[in-house]
Design a protein around this ligand. Structure first.
Ligand SMILES: [Mg+2]
Length: 443
């Protein structure tokens, strides 16, 4: 089998006014749907980051991909990572030049650009291979550790609104959420609908006292059988991180964690050290301080991170997800999964990746509840959750096909937009506070 064509479909999907320390989500998130056609008459698909950057990176691969044997992924990885190593001096200069990875939204770190591009191609190749062999994707990469993958309820402080613009606005399913009571309501609503058994709160938005109260209110409502995690995306100083850790030592224990409270591996290590000196053994998780394999080793040595957030989209695909989980198991670290706004193709890639890696021992994050069926590009509509889990379908490859009418609508929305890059800071200035700046630490 050979690849005969690469088709790239930029799409825009409505997204509510969700807050984080990066700022505000725009009315539409950008994604790219990738299609590879083959000499066998099959089409493999994947989904990745959106906008000009990812599109250009994939477009630049066209000549390398067309004509390729989709089974020969290792050589493709060697080519891409080899080129990345050559560029690394320049990339390091960019990262060191003030806009460090602490400031980059996921999908923008130049250090893992090659891994993101590779992942989009790898997943589409594995989908092709699965379809050719009539086997689910996770079974093509060695088989599954689990038949269904648990996800967490991912709560966001948010303004009123369900996303979209003008006559293309979505229903505001969860309403405004800017205080502890509203967040408990949001959690109950999401858990009623999806059955999630772990809860994540995106923090770094309101005064830490309000965020502490939010976590306490969630614990009060759901009890200790629902592990809790909070992720302020580096919004806190070391001192504030220690204060929050101390304040929530009960609530974030028993399967929960404190995610990226402060910036850098050194900062995280200091928070961990100070908490341990107080006898608080709270796991710290990261997808900001740690985004590549070398940083896992560095963070483990410094005792800065105890739970690594994987994500096949930027760690380098499904096989890299397996390698990462194996490395973390060897280093005695936990593994969870990071998420961005995404559609059903990404959700299935995340599900197969987590199913195929034994040592994913926390429920994965997903933004899926924040998207609407109106934007879904998967044939048959939204992917179902049962008891908070997505099951591996008894279908080949990812187990989903594209609805080309829906895909065309997504591209139409994309073409109408005047932005080609995620910029939560600009969005925050535009819609909430004209003088807003991302200042770290904010508290
Ligand atoms: Mg995070």
């Amino acid at each position: 089998m050979r690849i005969t064509g690469l088709r790239l479909h930029p799409v825009a999907i409505a997204d509510g006014p969700l807050r984080s320390s990066y700022g505000l989500h725009a009315p539409y998130a950008l994604r790219t749907i990738v299609e590879l056609t083959s000499t066998d008459g099959l089409t493999g698909i994947s989904e990745t980051y959106g906008g000009d950057g990812p599109l250009q990176a994939l477009e630049a691969m066209r000549d390398r991909i067309v004509g390729m044997d989709p089974f020969q992924l290792t050589r493709l990885w060697m080519d891409l990572s080899g080129e990345a190593a050559k560029e690394s001096a320049a990339q390091n200069a960019v990262v060191a030049g003030g806009r460090s990875q602490t400031y980059l939204v996921p999908g923008e770190n130049p250090l893992d650009r090659h891994a993101r591009t590779y992942a989009a191609i790898e997943i589409a190749c594995l989908d092709l291979i699965g379809k050719a062999l009539n086997k689910p994707l996770c079974d093509v990469v060695g088989g599954r550790a689990r038949d269904a993958v648990p996800f967490s309820a991912y709560l966001f402080y948010k303004h009123a609104g369900g996303g979209g613009l003008g006559d293309d606005q979505r229903e505001d399913e969860y309403g405004e959420g800017l205080d502890p009571l509203a967040m408990v309501r949001q959690a109950k609503q999401m858990i009623d609908k999806y059955g999630f058994r772990e809860i994540k709160l995106k923090g770094g938005v309101l005064d830490p006292e309000i965020e502490i109260d939010t976590i306490r209110a969630l614990r009060q409502e759901f009890g200790p059988s629902y592990p809790l995690r909070i992720d302020p995306n580096c919004a806190w100083s070391i001192q504030t991180s220690v204060y929050v850790g101390r304040s929530l030592k009960e609530e974030l224990s028993g399967g929960g964690y404190l995610e990226d409270p402060t910036a850098t591996i050194a900062g995280m290590a200091e928070v961990r050290k100070r908490l341990r000196e107080e006898g608080i053994d709270m796991p710290m998780a990261s997808n900001v301080a740690v985004t590549c394999f070398a940083q896992v080793v560095e963070a483990e040595k410094a005792d800065a991170v105890q739970v690594v957030l994987s994500d096949p989209h930027y760690w380098g695909g499904v096989r890299a997800q397996q390698r990462l989980a194996d490395l973390c198991e060897t280093l005695n670290l936990g593994v969870s999964m990071h998420s961005n706004n995404h559609l059903g193709v990404s959700l299935m890639a995340m599900t197969h990746a987590a199913a195929s890696a034994p040592h994913v021992n926390y429920a994965c994050d997903t933004h899926y509840p924040w998207q609407s069926g109106i934007d879904e590009v998967v044939a048959g509509g939204r992917i179902p959750f049962v008891d908070g889990c997505v099951r591996i379908p008894d279908k080949p490859g990812l187990g989903v096909d594209l609805d080309y009418d829906q895909l065309a609508r997504g591209t139409e929305r994309y073409n109408k937009l005047d932005y080609r890059k995620r910029d939560d800071e600009a969005e925050m200035r535009k819609r909430v506070d004209p003088s807003w700046k991302r200042v770290l630490p904010r508290w």
